[in-house]
Design a binder for this molecule. Structure first.
Ligand code: UDP
Length: 312
């Protein structure tokens, strides 16, 4: 049986990935220090013979005696309020934690898969964003904590590939949503859903003309599974290219939830990207992958998850 290490296994994406890999017949060691992840996301696996949870901070040496075939480095606070609450930990989880995970991969001659981000493009001046775009990042702005951490670990990952011949994949994840996304993580979908369900004011930052493109978690996980067996080592965008304004998101959720909420406008946070949409041509070419779930379908699934778990 092939064995996998997932750092950040108790997080939104890490736990969905863990489930899928166990279903595919792998043994998973899930590592998390639980600062932003939650054991609730893994409780259904507590008696699963193909899963072992390790409560560990990846910035400390990662010691696993078993032979490992794949290492997924997904540990990092990821939502703006989380990484602003844990700035140094975020930088370290990526830079030092990522280096430790690469070291473990090298020791095992395992394939290494890095969770990177569309944030490497910063507030992009090129639209839609292609992998060849170098980005527009303020290196000392509030978002640099996350952006620069991911840019550093991309560079480190490529260096392990070039200098140590390690097999690697780098997935630049665009805005992703779905079950296990924290209701209070401050991101736009959980925040607006909670506000709309309770008929509270919907807090649109700025004038709401900024755009994002939202990908359902299952589409992302499909792409990651294909990437894991791909020989392509350079970054690949994964997301959905259905670009919408934040105003449109507010309107859509008001309509789906038949809400009485009104929209109010608040200040746009510093360096909040004005546009974001992945160019997916590389993913289509290399992985023959396309996102399948529309925002209308996916938003309903997210609402159902929050309702079923009494979170709204
Ligand atoms: N946003 C908003 N109101 C909120 C939360 C977020 O208007 O209550 C905006 C935010 O300023 C950004 C967009 O929604 O322009 C997406 O924000 P999110 O934090 O979900 O993701 P990211 O900015 O990291 O893509």
């Amino acid at each position: 049986m092939k064995k996998i290490v997932i750092t950040g296994a108790a997080g939104f994406i890490g736990s969905n990935l863990t489930d899928r890999l166990i279903n595919e017949g792998f043994f998973v060691y899930g590592i998390d220090n639980l600062i932003t992840g939650s054991l609730d996301n893994l409780s259904h696996l507590s008696s699963d013979n193909n899963f072992d949870f390790i409560n560990h901070d990846v910035t400390k040496h990662i010691d696993i005696k078993d032979k490992i075939d794949y290492i997924f480095h997904f540990a990092s606070p990821a939502s703006p309020i989380d990484y602003l609450k844990y700035p140094i930990q975020t930088l370290k989880a990526n830079a030092i934690g990522g280096h430790n995970a690469l070291g473990l991969a090298k020791k095992n001659n395992a394939k290494f898969i890095l969770a990177s981000t569309s944030e490497v493009y910063g507030d992009p001046l090129v639209h839609p964003q292609k992998e060849s775009y170098y980005g527009n990042v303020n290196p000392i702005g509030p978002r640099s904590i996350y952006d620069e951490a991911k840019r550093f670990i991309e560079s480190m990952t490529i260096s392990y590939h070039v200098y140590h011949k390690l097999r690697v994949s780098i997935v630049r994840i665009f805005n992703t949503y779905g079950p296990r996304m924290k209701i209070n993580d401050g991101r736009v979908l959980p925040t607006f859903i909670k506000q709309a369900v309770n008929n509270e004011d919907i807090t649109v930052n700025g004038d709401g003309t900024q755009t994002r493109s939202f990908c359902y978690i299952d589409d992302l996980i499909d792409a990651i599974l294909q990437l894991m067996n791909s020989e392509y080592s350079y970054p690949i965008n994964i997301g959905n290219d259905d670009e919408v304004t934040i105003n449109e998101i507010a309107g859509l959720l008001i309509s789906i939830l038949k809400s009485q909420s009104k929209i109010i406008y608040t200040q746009l946070p510093e360096d909040d990207p004005l546009k974001r949409k992945p160019d997916l041509s590389l993913a289509k070419k290399i992985l023959n992958w396309n996102p399948k779930i529309s925002k209308e379908e996916g938003f309903k699934l997210l609402v159902e998850y929050y309702k079923k778990n009494n979170l709204i």
